[in-house]
Design a protein around this ligand. Sequence first.
Ligand SMILES: C[S@@+](CC[C@H](N)C(=O)[O-])C[C@H]1O[C@@H](n2cnc3c(N)ncnc32)[C@H](O)[C@@H]1O
Length: 284
Amino acid sequence: MKVWRSILAGAFNCWFSRMKEKIWKGIRQSEAISDEIDCLRRIVPLLSGQKEAVRQYLEEIETAQEIRERVEYYVEHYGYLPFSWSWHQRFHGKQFSRVLFLYLLLRLIRPENVIETGCFSGWTSTLILYALHRNEKGHLWTIDLPAQAGRFSMDASLPQELTPGFLVPDMLRPRWTLIIGDTREHLPPLLHRLENIDVFYHDSDHTYEHMMWEYTTVWPYLRQGGILISDDIGANTAFWDFAVAMGCPMAIPAVNPNFGAISKMGEMYIQKGPEMSNIVSVSP
Ligand SMILES: C[S@@+](CC[C@H](N)C(=O)[O-])C[C@H]1O[C@@H](n2cnc3c(N)ncnc32)[C@H](O)[C@@H]1O
């Protein structure tokens, strides 16, 4: 009888500590999510009241089977490459900020023209393109020089048999133009041709000089209410110097202070989507 009692007590303790861990994890994750969503509110003020849309948008990307299968295939075969996070990791912790800024944000603001610098595997291109696909509008231009170890602070080269953006599924490619080359050469003529853009995402060379050059080159072409997003803002003070100089609202996610966004002040448009409010303007 004693033996049974101690087996049962052991099993109960084990179950109880697992449950406790699960509950804590859940609380921490939902705290992280609400912190991050709160931080987005600074650049998308009308996020309030979009709780159901936010939940739906986050669910649709996490359950995107075609993207998941492609990611899992490449993680299995090329897991030694940088940025080879598992599907789960891409939606938790630090990586969650990419989903929020590059998927959720783009679903909410429904941009027309988006430019990204730095592609590599194309995870962030995939997030952006899936948002445009679900929005049924918009185009992404990505400029990338295939990664080479030792160049632009990359510590790995893109394997010869792969092309930049290998993670991007075929169904998302019609809304995508991938430009192979240096952003110094290709960004100015692209901006000139597009005349204005809604979202810019920097993830190429993270030196102060280059980051500042990209931000200042893009800014005049970013429409009022447009958003500049940047990775690696902790690499130097370029993002901070630029944001302070522009005096615009800034968002830095709590779980990943290496990621940031600035919204160009003025009218913030949130266009009518399935559950969105009509075009609304917000004074800065
Ligand atoms: C950090 S990786 C991009 C990762 C990608 N955004 C993601 O998270 O899925 C940086 C990429 O930018 C490229 N790159 C760096 N400096 C560049 C430049 N001046 N012009 C074009 N591409 C550049 C690198 O070769 C590399 O492919």
